[in-house]
Design a protein around this ligand. Structure first.
Ligand code: URA
Length: 209
């Protein structure tokens, strides 16, 4: 079963509290999400393999470590996932960015894919799927299925806040996927919002309502 890692670094928790606060406006919300995404990326990339290279310092020749040419791919789920991309790219500027767009069919309530664009070398990349709010988990599970059907072999899921229901669905549909969170909240309410959550992440990021 994939791991669930709650990244409880004090900086992440402090910023997340301000993100949650209903009094935080769009500009600050966007900046904080960007910062938290970067801090989370720091942890998510902890297992990147290193290799040794020879360099010349001003004093001596030395064998030192660099990241071993690992190919990463970020896949934000539209639209709220976009809010976390830049913060990660600041740390991993060479990562390629794919996009997955899904909507919920009003009759079946199931996610339907309306847009997918991924880097061409899907099979060689390690992907981080980005879904800030893992509520029922339906969109994230469908996005991961979509990546796998196109040949992706290595996928992690990154969320800001999750509900237990979402974690359960990912475990069921994609038991090998590790899930990285800033917080695991209590439950979903009758409208599908995470409680206490932070409201609608897309609306708060983009100032829509
Ligand atoms: N999507 C959101 O943006 N917020 C929630 O609480 C649940 C799903």
């Amino acid at each position: 079963m994939g791991n669930v890692l709650v990244l409880d670094h004090p900086l992440i928790q402090h910023k997340l509290t301000h993100i949650r606060d209903v009094g935080t406006g769009t500009k600050e919300f966007r900046e904080l999400v960007d910062e938290v995404a970067g801090l989370m990326a720091f942890e998510i990339t902890r297992d990147l393999p290193l290799e040794e290279v020879t360099i010349q310092t001003p004093v001596a020749e030395a064998r030192m470590k660099v990241i071993a040419g690992k190919k990463l791919g970020l896949v934000p789920i539209l639209r709220a996932g976009l809010g976390m991309v830049d913060g990660i790219l600041k740390l991993i500027p060479a990562a390629k960015v794919g996009h997955v767009g899904l909507y919920r069919d009003p009759e079946t309530l199931l996610p339907v894919e309306y847009y997918v664009k991924l880097p061409s070398d899907v099979e060689e990349r390690d992907f981080i799927v980005i879904d800030p709010m893992l509520a029922t988990g339906g969109s994230a599970a469908a996005a991961i299925t979509s990546l796998k059907s196109r040949g992706a072999k290595s996928i992690k899921l990154m969320c800001l806040v999750a509900a237990p229901e979402g974690i359960e669905l990912i475990h069921k549909d994609h038991p090998e996927v590790d899930i990285y969170l800033a917080a695991l909240d209590e439950k979903l309410n009758d409208h599908g919002y995470i409680v206490p959550g932070l409201g609608d992440a897309g609306d708060r990021l983009f100032g829509t309502k």
